[in-house]
Write a protein that binds this ligand. Structure first.
Ligand code: GDP
Ligand code: MG
Length: 437
């Protein structure tokens, strides 16, 4: 896999503190090759490599990572970004029905995806209408009807003697009358893009005014998928892309280039012929697939966690010596927060489960207290004794709280500090006792 290749390229470069240009160049040669092999558009590769280089050179290497892992981390982050960063949502009409138009070449998976999408929408309590807009391919109507039956969704058809434009128009009226809130327009495809096909699609768009025009592309076709996406986008102004057949052994090169070349997000990924083989497209999952690196990523995550751990250990050491500053308070709040909402953390503690929901954890209150600590200067946070009346007044206005609140928090903080001292003293005694035994 790409990750393996990168790792071995880097192993000889172990032990450097900074990522220098030689390291990056070496790494990027491998990355470039792997991406080209995965059928990523060459221009996309070129830009990508340049961006990673720019970010990587001169970066400090985290203690627990090798320079190679550090570069992989950056490559991974940039891959995710290239594919859109986060999951792209479907646009829903303010006034139903939402109209979603499917487009794409013959065999790309439009009709199958229409069925899958209907099922996906049903799970979100929507009532989709499937519309048989492919009147050219023999049995296309039947295919959609079978899908509709399988998922229990109505299928709208006017046979194959009425134009797809008219079908779209009447289907939307039908949806309105029958309180169906999403109209999924299946359309015809050709083996190649031609003007007749584009004209028909443009006319359908004209009358249907779709909220989404989703291009369905076969991920197995690699570079071709990108060309198809580019020309459909320039003619139809797509709103998104569905990548199908990701269950094959494709390396995902199409996924990488489609967003980069068209600027349109990949909204769904289809991974099989079954009706539930469709899910929102996750750029991060696709990036791991391209890098082929479940292991490396979890390693990097662990490294990051151990950095936090080191910080926690430092803090513990300081607390044992009776030091507790507002900085440490903020740090520990941040670490708690990394674990998730406070209520969930409580739920994880033994015996606290029953309390969940009853014990009103006031996140707002916590946020106010954090704001107060953040409004202090560095010196004040390290040395609470500095906090005289005028400073407290400034902190209150800086944090949008009142002087009373600031006073209360500082008092609580001092109590916390006392408690910690006692606690660590008690813990020390216990340790000594148990060692004697
Ligand atoms: P259309 O011509 O664009 O409407 O394509 P179809 O929906 O008829 O699909 C063409 C073929 O691709 C059918 O045999 C589908 O079962 C198959 N197909 C569609 N999506 C996927 C997918 O995600 N994975 C696999 N393996 N096959 C798919
Ligand atoms: Mg079809």
């Amino acid at each position: 896999s790409l990750a393996n290749r990168l790792q071995s390229a880097f192993d000889k470069l172990r032990g450097r503190g900074k990522i220098d240009e030689t390291v990056v160049n070496e790494a990027m040669r491998e990355v470039r090759l792997a991406l080209l092999e995965a059928d990523v558009n060459f221009k996309v590769v070129k830009d990508f490599v340049a961006r990673v280089k720019e970010r990587a050179v001169g970066q400090d290497v985290m203690k627990s990572l090798t320079p190679g892992q550090m570069v992989i981390k950056i490559v991974n982050e940039e891959l995710v970004e290239l594919m859109g960063g986060s999951v792209a949502q479907l646009t829903m009409a303010h006034r139903p029905p939402t109209v979603i138009m499917m487009a794409g070449l013959q065999g790309a998976g439009k009709t199958t995806t229409t069925g899958k999408l209907a099922k996906y929408l049903q799970k979100q309590n929507r009532k989709p209408l499937l519309v048989a807009g492919d009147i050219y391919r023999p049995a296309a109507i039947k295919q959609l009807q079978v899908l509709g039956e399988q998922i229990g969704a109505p299928v709208f058809t006017l046979g194959d003697q009425v134009s797809p434009v008219e079908i779209a128009k009447q289907a939307i009226a039908h949806a309105k009358e029958n309180n169906l809130d999403v109209v999924l327009l299946d359309t015809a495809g050709r083996l190649h893009i031609d003007e007749a096909l584009m004209d028909e699609l443009k006319q359908i768009r004209e009358v249907a005014k779709p909220d989404e025009i989703l291009l369905v592309v076969d991920a197995m076709t690699g570079q071709d998928a990108v060309n198809v996406a580019e020309s459909f986008n320039s003619q139809l102004e797509l709103t998104g892309v569905v990548l199908t057949k990701l269950d094959g052994d494709t390396r995902g090169g199409a996924a990488l280039s489609v967003k980069a070349v068209t600027g349109k997000p990949i909204k769904f990924a289809a991974m099989g012929e079954k009706l539930d083989a469709l899910e929102p497209f996750h750029p991060d999952r696709m990036a791991s697939r391209i890098l082929g690196m479940g292991d490396v990523l979890s390693l990097i995550e662990k490294a990051q966690a151990s950095v936090d751990e080191e910080k926690a250990r430092d803090m513990e050491r300081q607390m044992r010596q009776g030091e507790f500053t507002f900085d440490m308070f903020l740090d520990s709040m941040q670490q708690l927060r990394n674990l998730g909402p406070f209520e969930d953390i409580l739920g994880m503690l033994p015996g606290m489960n029953k309390m969940k929901g009853k014990m009103n954890v006031d996140e707002k209150q916590i946020a106010r207290v954090e704001a107060i600590a953040k409004s202090m200067t560095k010196a004040e946070r390290a040395n609470p004794e500095l906090l005289n009346a005028s400073r407290r007044k400034r902190i209150a206005s800086g944090s949008g709280t009142s002087i009373q609140e600031v006073n209360r928090f500082i008092k609580q903080f001092e109590e916390m500090k006392k408690m910690m001292k006692q606690f660590s003293g008690a813990a020390d005694k216990m340790m000594k006792k148990s060692k004697k035994k």
